[in-house]
Design a protein around this ligand. Structure first.
Ligand SMILES: NC(=O)C1=CN([C@@H]2O[C@H](COP(=O)(O)OP(=O)(O)OC[C@H]3O[C@@H](n4cnc5c(N)ncnc54)[C@H](OP(=O)(O)O)[C@@H]3O)[C@@H](O)[C@H]2O)C=CC1
Ligand SMILES: Nc1nc(=O)c2c([nH]1)NC[C@@H]1CN(c3ccc(C(=O)N[C@@H](CCC(=O)O)C(=O)O)cc3)C=[N+]21
Length: 305
């Protein structure tokens, strides 16, 4: 292994520590406790795990957590009514609607119903527009976490060639905007990109957000490049044995062939323990930021884009 391992789990603990310190000060000096509402529609087991983990970490940094679990068959009208209530609730500074939503619900409509000042995911069209024009926005948590780790490793990102693989609204596009904001030369690759290995080979920074296990090969990586692996893929792990019901156990892997890439890259994030924990830490940071902004108070330093 030649690459520096970027320890997202440790980095996230540091971010949560900063959030906790600031939250304690807010309570002490202003009597304000930031609050995060998480809305989960349906009973997808993976989503339930994330939501539980978010709720636990929210409480650990001293903030209030409000969980709203709705049945899968919830109507759009009822979901929008809940969002209206949360928009109006002074104790709620951040609102996150866990995605994906069941198919009968219009995701864009629901997300755009959130008060943009409380949109801690940064998915509302107002925040997307603000980010795209370089104005103060709520920034999507996963790309923000990636940016924090890259800034920490490189100091300045100015002039570096960055390749983002994936163009989704929640990861790829906002990631590209943030890197551009830090003066990288940004290429956004996707499923129609020609000669992806050659495109990746030019990159000083590679952010992989594809959703395919071990997709990015070691020999695509430019020696010394920084590799940020956003992918969360569950693959069968027969070596771990079987569950009681006979189904084979699984393990979590990223979008990068870590074993091969770690011998070429200059720095790399692991999966698990990389971008995932940073995503949740940034959600807490965004909730704190939203709370400070709504009260006209100084924002935490180093926790925004
Ligand atoms: N760690 C974390 O906190 C988070 C992790 N994730 C994970 O990140 C990954 C990506 O998520 P998300 O952005 O939502 O995924 P999407 O499925 O929305 O987007 C995937 C992107 O990858 C591109 N792509 C697919 N196949 C190829 C290919 N063969 N070559 C090049 N590009 C390709 C697609 O291109 P096209 O547009 O042309 O179809 C698309 O732009 C997933 O594994 C997800 O689980 C997501 C959110 C948070
Ligand atoms: N509105 C909304 N906002 C999101 O930010 C959002 C979402 N919906 N839907 C689902 C995706 C996915 N996501 C992850 C968060 C943390 C980990 C994480 O902590 N992963 C751990 C491992 C966890 C495990 O073992 O399963 C790790 O990588 O180390 C992963 C994925 C947020 N998402």
């Amino acid at each position: 292994m030649t690459a520096t391992l970027i320890d997202g789990k440790a980095f996230a603990a540091t971010v949560r520590g900063k959030v906790a310190t600031h939250v304690a000060r807010l309570k002490e000096a202003q009597g304000i406790t930031p609050g995060l509402a998480v809305v989960l529609v349906g009973d997808d087991p993976a989503s339930e795990v994330y939501v539980r983990s978010k709720g636990k970490q929210t409480v650990e940094v001293g903030m209030n957590s409000y969980e709203h679990k709705l049945p899968a068959e919830t109507s759009e009208e009822d979901l929008l009514a809940l969002i209206e209530r949360l928009n109006a609730d002074k104790d709620v500074h951040g609102i996150l609607v866990q995605l994906p939503l069941p198919a009968h619900l219009d995701e864009a409509l629901v997300i755009n119903a959130i008060n943009p000042a409380k949109d801690v995911d940064g998915f509302h069209i107002s925040n997307v527009g603000l980010l795209g024009t370089g104005q103060k926005a709520m920034v999507p948590c996963t790309p923000l976490g990636c940016l924090m780790m890259l800034r920490d490793h490189h100091g300045s990102l100015s002039g570096l060639n960055a390749v983002v693989i994936g163009r989704s609204n929640i990861v790829g596009k906002p990631m590209a905007q943030l890197l551009l904001g830090d003066s990288c030369t940004v290429t956004v690759a996707h499923s129609r990109t020609k000669d992806l290995p050659e495109v990746v080979k030019r990159a000083d920074i590679v952010v992989a957000a594809v959703g395919r296990a071990h997709f990015v090969q070691g020999d695509w990586i430019k020696p010394g490049a920084s590799v940020i692996d956003v992918g969360i893929n569950r693959i069968p792990a027969p070596e771990k044995g079987s569950h009681e019901d006979g189904s084979v156990k699984t393990r979590l892997v990223g979008d990068v062939d870590f074993e091969a890439a770690k011998d070429v890259a200059g720095a790399i994030t692991p999966v698990p323990g990389g971008v995932g924990p940073m995503t949740i830490a940034c959600l807490l940071a965004n909730t704190l930021t939203a709370c400070c902004r709504v009260h006209g108070l100084a924002e935490p330093e180093g926790l925004t884009a």
